[in-house]
Design a protein. Structure first.
Length: 178
């Protein structure tokens, strides 16, 4: 963030102090400052990711869709599956794919199993844009280069626990993801 836009104090820590002053030391200020910190970091990362993806004509959301398609067995997925895997509303998935189609990064073809549905297929141009964006995101260490590998593992593990508790996904019985 540019120096002239930085605050001379941590507004989240200040909010925590004000929270405790208003509702007492026994208040729930710790979860509030933790949750607010997570949300702020997410904003910072998305801003950086969108800027990086933007150099290749993408937003981060569109980049994620391209990666999802590239990871699929045949480079194609139904609209419903894209929404499910990206964890977005079906309308959002359709919008993302429509924009990728307009850019020539994805082709949209009829779904042979569902005449009303469509399948998104990544194009060679889409693969090139996705690979270039991936290289830039990796070079930027996904905005987390200030954390050691061990710290990144700790953050992932802690946030995974929150996701499991919230029912974000079913934890495999053997503890191994596929």
């Amino acid at each position: 963030m540019p120096k002239d836009l930085r605050l001379p104090f941590d507004p989240i820590a200040r909010a925590g102090a004000l929270w405790r002053a208003r509702w007492g030391e026994g208040s729930r200020s710790r979860p509030m400052v933790t949750a607010t910190s997570i949300m702020r970091v997410q904003q910072l990362l998305i801003t950086e990711f969108d800027a990086i993806a933007g150099r290749h004509g993408l937003t981060f959301a569109r980049y994620e869709a391209l990666v999802l398609l590239a990871f699929s067995r045949e480079g194609r997925l139904s609209m419903g599956r894209i929404g499910e895997r990206l964890m977005v509303h079906p309308t959002s998935a359709t919008n993302i794919v429509q924009r990728l189609v307009a850019q020539g990064f994805v082709d949209r073809v009829p779904n042979p199993q569902d005449r009303r549905g469509a399948i998104a297929v990544i194009t060679d141009t889409g693969r090139v844009a996705m690979e270039a964006t991936t290289a830039d995101l990796e070079a930027a260490e996904f905005g987390l280069g200030m954390l050691s590998a061990h710290e990144q593992d700790q953050v992932f593990s802690l946030l995974r626990g929150v996701r499991v508790a919230a029912g974000d996904f079913v934890e495999p019985a053997d503890g191994v993801d596929t």
